[in-house]
Design a binder for this molecule. Structure first.
Ligand code: RB5
Length: 147
């Protein structure tokens, strides 16, 4: 499974830590930027690029990191078929996979300690969607009003 990574300037440091962590576990990652802290990067462009890659590549996932994860999540969820979740605990990451089939995880580089973030991405990659009928129905209904 390809894992698309993206950050703005505020998430760059944590993204590098998580990329090294994920690659040490054998995951193939593709970093779509930002690649430098200066000049600052506007998070919506990166969120949309990662979202489009995840949408185009069946089964792919994304991880987006800005200062809080909030802006990345808002922007990524504008891409069709993207279910982005901003999480601050292992428990919410687990539920985002089990019940919501989240395909993009959004994290805050200014609010998470790296060791917790590493455990969170492990949970994101290792937890399957429960796939029960009620969860499938609810996830499908998220998109009902999409054009
Ligand atoms: C950048 O200063 C900051 O606003 C951004 O990283 C993010 O936290 C927005 O949601």
């Amino acid at each position: 499974m390809t894992l698309y990574l993206g950050s703005d300037h505020a998430g760059l440091e944590l993204k590098k830590i998580l990329q090294a962590h994920l690659e040490s576990k054998g995951y193939k990652t593709v970093d779509l930027g930002a690649f430098a802290v200066e000049p600052p990067t506007d998070y919506p462009r990166i969120a949309h690029e990662v979202g489009e890659k995840v949408r185009e590549n069946h089964g792919a996932r994304g991880i987006l990191i800005c200062g809080t994860g909030l802006g990345m999540c808002m922007a990524a969820n504008k891409v069709k078929h993207i279910r982005a979740a901003v999480c601050e605990s292992e428990q919410t990451v687990e539920m985002s996979r089990k019940h919501n089939d989240a395909n993009v995880l959004c994290l805050g580089g200014r609010v998470l300690q790296p060791d917790l973030a590493q455990r969170m991405v492990d949970v994101f990659m290792e937890t399957p969607f429960e796939g029960e009928e009620r969860h499938i129905r609810r996830v499908e209904n998220i998109e009902l009003n999409d054009a």
